[in-house]
Write a protein that binds this ligand. Structure first.
Ligand code: FAD
Length: 494
């Protein structure tokens, strides 16, 4: 945007992205900015998105949200990580937890001690040294002092949007119901001037947030920001979602079960379980995909299947002129590591940090675009890792994944780990070292060497270090309550 004063912020779309944005801006800016949100009940929302990652806990705290209220409203459970079934060879399983594993030394991560220990008779799996992981698999949870148990939520994102809507409206956001029929551009500057609804109403603004989902009505439909297609790296392009009744007490983790042309999710909430199949339409028909999903459900089916098509990739310019894409309008990568709602949150917090009341500085726009795209590329690489590092060759889908060329950034990371056991987190990357280590080990990359510092410990010292960590993990988990009972008590509390 050039020149004007960013006082009138118009949010187009009222899905999770729209209401997360409206709530955060209304709460942080107060009367300094007016927020108007336009949404269409007739069009509705994408209706999926249940698994999240730990930064959402911080986001809610920043907005001053009471956690128990939020969990009651969204039927949320706690999440300690993701259990991956069958990704390495079809029969394996591994866990990507949110915690750290073992104790890092300043010079070397814990994996170096663990790798060295394997040559000295310590054969306990890497998993045994992670509190979150062991607690998850035993179905335990509690809030521990100093956030010693790192967690996120499994939630109903439609209910989350509703919850945020009441907050945003309480903070002065004006909601307009109606269908956007046209995006009117300023004929001189080329910026967006107004949204025109199908009944002729015109909503003018200074800054427009495109939260219209896959439609991307403003950023692409009107401003043609461009799209970078990443399908050659992440070939899945279809999904079906269906909800079932809980077949048992909800567990504090999400499951991602690989199949021969994609994978299936299972996300337990308090009152039901979200299920879905993600697949590549080149290798599996829609009917076969539906059969596969329906044949692998637990619990009574509660909803009709929701079919979705998507193209994996990112909008080239996330902020273009006076329009910022937030949510699915900015791009989408499959929900394998539950990163979509996180990208919404990152975009909103980034925007608020760069939101001037006066003229927008083009350098802010350039910086925003660089940072946002870098986030997406780093997440993209992490997702590709799950497909590339596999021993599976049992279907054309997996053979394509194993044979594909990957981005240089990922190839370098995989080679470094395979050779030395080292991983480095660059530029505020979302996934920290231990996430990479867990997934690389889980997918079958075992480093050929490790940091020499690990070999400096005597046999006794190493045994004490490893034994001490495992003992602490076992003892702490033994003292934790069951997750389902804890959630019921916590949400029942006033
Ligand atoms: P939408 O929910 O589609 O909202 C778009 C809004 O724009 C709606 O209010 C709609 O009415 C409005 N709109 C559109 N056109 C018009 C118009 N012409 N006039 C007026 N209003 C209009 N994310 C996670 O973090 N974790 C997950 O586990 C996860 N799982 C997913 C699984 C699948 C298969 C898919 C496809 C996505 C998943 N996501 C997940 C992503 C998550 O669903 C989205 O990031 C999130 O719901 C935000 O969507 P949105 O608000 O951008 O779009």
């Amino acid at each position: 945007m050039s020149g004007g004063v960013c006082k009138r912020i118009v949010v187009a779309g009222g899905g999770t992205a729209g209401w997360m944005a409206a709530a955060a801006i209304a709460r942080s800016m107060g009367p300094a900015a007016s927020v108007t949100l336009v949404e269409s009940d007739a069009i509705g929302t994408v209706g999926v998105g249940e698994s999240t990652i730990p930064p959402l806990v911080t986001y809610n705290r920043l907005l001053g949200i009471n956690e128990a209220d939020f969990m009651r409203a969204t039927n949320a459970t706690f999440k300690l990580g993701i259990l991956f079934d069958g990704w390495k060879n079809g029969r394996d399983r591994y866990f990507h937890s949110f915690g750290s594993t073992g104790n890092d030394h300043w010079a070397a991560g814990f994996q170096h001690y663990w790798l060295n220990g394997r040559t000295r008779g310590h054969d306990a799996p890497y998993d045994d040294y992670c509190l979150e992981l062991v607690a998850a698999l035993e179905g335990k949870f509690a809030h521990l002092p100093d956030n010693a148990l790192n967690y996120a939520y499994q939630l109903d994102s439609t209910a989350y949007a509703r919850f945020l809507r009441s907050m945003a409206e309480g903070d002065g956001t004006q909601r307009i119901e109606g269908r956007i029929a046209e995006v009117a551009l300023d004929p001189e500057r080329g910026d967006i001037a107004a949204l025109v609804l199908d009944d002729g109403r015109r909503i003018e603004g200074d800054l427009f947030l495109d939260c219209t989902g896959f439609r991307a009505l403003l950023i692409e439909g009107a401003l043609h920001a461009g799209f970078e297609d990443w399908t050659h790296w992440l070939p899945c392009d279809s999904a079906i979602a269906v909800q079932t009744a809980n077949a048992g007490p909800p567990v504090p983790y999400t499951r991602a079960m690989a199949h021969d042309a994609g994978w299936q999710w299972r996300i337990p909430l308090q009152h039901r379980t979200g299920n879905g199949l993600v697949w590549c339409s080149r290798y599996l028909s829609r009917d076969a995909a539906l059969d596969r999903l329906m044949g692998n459900l637990e619990g009574t089916v509660l909803t009709e299947p929701n079919h979705l098509k998507f193209t994996t990739g990112a909008r080239r310019r996330q902020w273009h002129r006076n329009c910022i894409a937030i949510g699915l309008s900015g791009g989408f990568m499959e929900p394998l590591e539950s990163t979509s709602i996180h990208l919404i949150q990152r975009a909103i917090l980034r925007l608020i940090r760069m939101l001037p009341l006066g003229a927008v500085n083009p350098s802010d726009v350039a910086e925003f675009n660089d940072q946002q795209l870098q986030d997406m590329e780093q997440i993209r690489d992490f997702l590709i890792l799950h497909y590339k590092a596999t021993e599976r060759r049992d279907s054309p889908f997996w053979r394509q994944c194993a044979a594909m060329d990957v981005p240089d950034t990922l190839a370098q990371k995989m080679a470094l780990f395979a050779e030395t056991g080292r991983v480095f987190r660059r530029n505020e990357e979302l996934f920290a070292e231990n996430s990479w280590v867990q997934v690389m080990l889980g997918q079958g990359i075992v480093p050929r060497s490790w940091h020499p510092i690990a070999a400096r410990l005597s046999d006794d010292e190493l045994a004490r270090l490893l034994g001490g960590i495992r003992e602490r993990v076992t003892r702490t988990v033994a003292g934790l309550p069951g997750h389902a009972a804890y959630v019921a008590r916590y949400c029942g509390a006033t």
